[in-house]
Design a protein around this ligand. Sequence first.
Ligand SMILES: Cc1cc2nc3c(=O)[nH]c(=O)nc-3n(C[C@H](O)[C@H](O)[C@H](O)COP(=O)(O)OP(=O)(O)OC[C@H]3O[C@@H](n4cnc5c(N)ncnc54)[C@H](O)[C@@H]3O)c2cc1C
Length: 292
Amino acid sequence: MYPSRFRYEAPRSLDEAISLLREGGDEAKVLAGGQSLVPLMKLRFASPELIVDINNVPGLGYHRADPDGTLRIGALCRHVHLERSDLLKATQPTMAAAAPLIADPIVRNRGTLVGSLCHADPQGDWASVVLALGGAIVAQGPGGRRTIPAADFVTGPFQNVLEHDEIAVEAVIPAAQGTRAGGYLKLERRVGDFATVGVAVAIETSGQTVTRAGIALTGVGGSTIAATAAADALVGGPLTELTIGQAADLAAEVARPRSDHRGSAEYKRHMVRTFVVRLLSRADGATAERAA
Ligand SMILES: Cc1cc2nc3c(=O)[nH]c(=O)nc-3n(C[C@H](O)[C@H](O)[C@H](O)COP(=O)(O)OP(=O)(O)OC[C@H]3O[C@@H](n4cnc5c(N)ncnc54)[C@H](O)[C@@H]3O)c2cc1C
């Protein structure tokens, strides 16, 4: 199917893009990689009257670390840049594990991490990763910039807190306070598919002690789920068989999977538990691994 008729604008600055969004009101949409928006438009699940394509706005394609270790990912940083990033391989095991598991190479060439967060698909992999890492989204609108914690960004399936005239300009991952470990595991029916179940684990340790932990779940609820109690159970002591088992049980408890053609709710919950155990047992689980 063809999309409904729409006006297309390709501004060359953020200010211009924001003015256009303001003008377009609720009928305007930002286009980044187009890998979620365009299919929705073709199916006519979305029929925006104005498309504001930000691909000509310079200076948004970066991912870089500040001197203090804070990671910044610009709105036009593609999945493929993160998949090939030496910086992530060296410093961000959870992100490095997730990047090659997003969709397929064609989608990864165009799609963006920030676009994925904005799209707020409960099956989007980056949302869990950024949530587990305690990240945030920086939005720019007519009144300037504001930083929104990832935990507060999504209001429901395919909904976020951005105003209609705001653009998410970057995602921010705070610097690690200790040694970073973790990973991302995804159960998919075939390579390139959306997650039947995905689990992101990000921990920081000082010596043997876990100083910070984040666990988040993909595809097992109406939105990405932060398994906060599971993560809290790990902090303050070493990783042991007991604490890993407790965290895995708590994570499985907060999952809200539904039985469907991909598997029963019970099976998906079991997979959440299995993935948490596997990721924590590996502690250095930076290696991307497909579970299918
Ligand atoms: C075949 C296929 C398989 C896929 N498989 C997976 C998968 O396994 N895992 C996964 O996580 N994703 C998957 N995706 C989705 C893909 O990751 C998309 O790239 C991502 O969801 C959206 O990023 P985008 O840059 O393409 O955003 P777009 O499609 O351009 O935009 C998506 C939405 O976000 C809004 N938006 C985008 N950027 C901004 C911004 N900077 N500020 C404000 N709003 C913005 C748009 O207005 C739109 O509403 C798949 C997509 C396809 C087509």
